[in-house]
Design a protein around this ligand. Structure first.
Ligand code: Z5A
Length: 211
């Protein structure tokens, strides 16, 4: 089977990091060795992209970050990650799992921040061209649950401090995009972690069998 690019998406604390690790376990059991799998995240995943990430997440910035700056920084980080890490890894036969990718920008900057979707489409095209994930798992939680889990976690980053409306708009954008794309698998992540893991396994194994 040819190596693939798999993405996990969702609101904060939807369980994305947990899901990425479960996907790696499932791939291992499917016979794909750990050294053949690269786990990365966005924004981040390269030294420069990780520095750009701190601009996006740091709550103690010296000045207000405009919506456009946020968008451009995220795409600059994505360009670094794509050309220096993701594409080379796929080229040498590795499976790549990413904790967030381009869909996050449509949801957060398009939905949450209400930036013009043509602008985001244009930047997506400049940075990614026709490069898409082979499959995306979207872990759906309601903004209420997102904020509840964020409160338990405590130390909130800059975007995590946004309002319930912001997360409603972000989630609605995710849900809209999912309806338009068969390669995005919806997983109800409001259920117990055990149920989420079971569903993820079921969908992933089914997809792998058909590759
Ligand atoms: N951002 C953006 O705006 N535009 C973009 O294009 C991109 C990103 C790419 C960093 O993202 C920020 O970047 C993010 C969006 C913005 N803004 N914020 N805020 P990130 O992905 O690195 O950070 P995050 O979204 O805050 O995710 P996270 O903290 O890493 O959470 P997670 O990976 O989704 O969840 P987790 O670590 O697996 O689990 C979190 C906790 O929830 C943990 O205690 C679990 O035990 C618990 N959990 C998980 N699932 C369950 C269930 N089912 N039940 C109960 N408890 C659960």
């Amino acid at each position: 089977m040819k190596n693939k690019f798999i993405v996990v998406e969702g609101l904060e604390n939807a369980g994305k990091t947990t899901a990425c690790n479960i996907i790696i376990d499932i791939l291992n059991k499917y016979g794909i060795k750990r050294e053949k799998i690269l786990l990365t995240r966005e924004p981040g995943g390269t030294p420069i992209a990780e520095s750009l990430r701190t601009i996006i997440t740091n709550q103690k910035q010296q000045e207000h970050i405009t919506k456009i700056t946020e968008l451009l920084v995220i795409y600059a980080a994505r360009a670094q990650l794509l050309d220096n890490v993701i594409k080379p890894a796929l080229k040498c036969g590795k499976w790549v799992i990413s904790d967030r990718h381009n869909l996050s920008s449509h949801a957060y900057q398009g939905g949450g921040r209400q930036l013009n979707s043509d602008l985001i489409d244009e930047l997506s095209y400049i940075v990614l061209g026709d490069f898409y994930p082979d499959i995306t798992f979207y872990l759906d939680i309601t903004p209420d649950i997102c904020l509840q889990r964020l409160k338990i976690q405590g130390n909130l980053d800059r975007i995590e401090q946004e309002s319930l409306d912001f997360f409603e708009r972000t989630r609605n954008f995710y849900l809209k995009k999912i309806q338009q794309n068969d390669n995005i698998i919806f997983i109800d992540a409001t259920q117990s972690l055990d149920r989420v893991v079971q569903n993820l396994k079921k969908y992933l194994l089914n997809w792998l069998k058909n590759q």
